[in-house]
Design a binder for this molecule. Structure first.
Ligand code: A2P
Length: 318
């Protein structure tokens, strides 16, 4: 299933995408390339990367190989997203950063380019955690203007943001000529983002769910999703896996889901969520789960920085 992004009439976004954030970052270019090729082979057409992840290059190589092997006929069959890292979140750094991303990917255009965090750090490093002494206030107006220029130049078909609160979306919307098409955020049954989803629906901004399974084992991950007793019970009753229940739940909320697996069987399993559904009672029980944010991102909070508390970073939405 796909959804037409309002800022592009060329290609709709596939609502199930494949994530490429390996942690530690850039662990193995070759493994990632093979993983992405397998994902294309089993049917994924939407891939999500970022300058931070160091997976642009293997994604680009996998796309070239997929074309050569005839797994796809043209690059246009794919929906490719990348993200502007915090060290490039300065007006004059945006276009050069996107050009570097396109070079890494060996592509002429992205389908979607996102501001990775509402955070600037001094130009230079691509690292998480960032150095707290390098945190700067982000000038959302001028960074967004540079994102709009990227779209006007045809280097990306759509633009959006990631990890933005309702308030920060309002700030962008108050001056934007092109509204953000997407806000990519942590979302799973343990962190359901009800307020942000309602706001985004009203504004026509598509939510993309990252960590739909809790991203166990990463800096931003939690075990709580895959260990949730209610989800285990529902999965057992339906004869599905817990992962499938999470992905189906997110899909039924009307968002785009970005999932990741290095295992071909689990890649296939994660695509198998479209010909069955959760009952009203199952959905109701999931909607009542106690909420827990897996990645509060205290990395971006500092006594001397622009966000002095998590409350400020998330504008109270935590
Ligand atoms: P693996 O690569 O071994 O399959 P998220 O998408 O929330 O970031 O979570 C990714 C993690 O979830 C990875 O560790 C991945 O491990 C695991 N995973 C992905 N799909 C499944 C699945 N169907 N069942 C169990 N674990 C899964």
């Amino acid at each position: 299933p796909t959804f037409p992004l309002h800022s592009t009439n060329e290609k709709a976004i596939p609502l199930l995408g494949f994530g490429t954030a390996e942690y530690p970052f850039g662990a193995s270019i070759d493994t990632m390339k093979q993983t992405i090729l397998e994902a294309i082979e089993v049917g994924y057409r939407h891939f999500d990367t970022a300058a931070l992840y160091q997976t642009e290059q293997p994604l680009g190589e996998a796309i070239s190989d997929a074309l050569r092997l005839g797994l796809i006929k043209s690059r246009d069959e794919l929906f490719i997203t990348s993200k502007l890292w915090c060290s490039d979140a300065h007006h004059d750094c945006v276009l050069p950063a996107l050009k570097k991303t396109l070079k890494n990917l060996k592509l002429e255009y992205l389908d979607l380019y996102l501001i990775h965090w509402p955070v600037s750090v001094k130009p230079g490093e691509y690292e998480l955690p960032v150095k707290k002494k390098d945190l700067d206030p982000i000038d959302l107006k001028s960074v967004w203007e540079a994102m709009e220029e990227c779209q006007a130049l045809g280097l990306t078909k759509s633009i959006g943001v990631s990890n933005f609160s309702c308030k920060k979306l309002e700030t962008i919307l108050s001056t934007a000529k092109i509204p953000p098409a997407v806000n990519q955020v942590e979302m799973n049954p343990m962190w359901q983002q009800k307020k942000l989803r309602k706001f985004s629906d009203e504004k026509g901004i598509l939510i993309e769910s990252y960590s739909p399974l809790g991203a166990k084992g990463t800096l931003w991950g939690t075990n709580r999703v895959m260990e949730c007793e209610l989800l285990k019970e529902i999965a057992q009753a339906k004869g599905k896996s817990l992962a499938q229940v999470c992905l189906r739940w997110a899909y039924e909320q009307g968002v785009c889901v970005l999932v990741k697996s290095f295992n071909k069987e689990r890649m296939k399993q994660n695509l198998d969520i479209f010909d069955w559904k959760l009952s009203a009672e199952e959905s109701r029980k999931i909607s009542q789960l106690p909420q827990f944010k897996g990645f509060p991102a205290g990395e971006f909070v500092s006594d001397d920085g622009p966000y002095k508390s998590l409350e400020e970073l998330w504008d109270g939405e935590i």
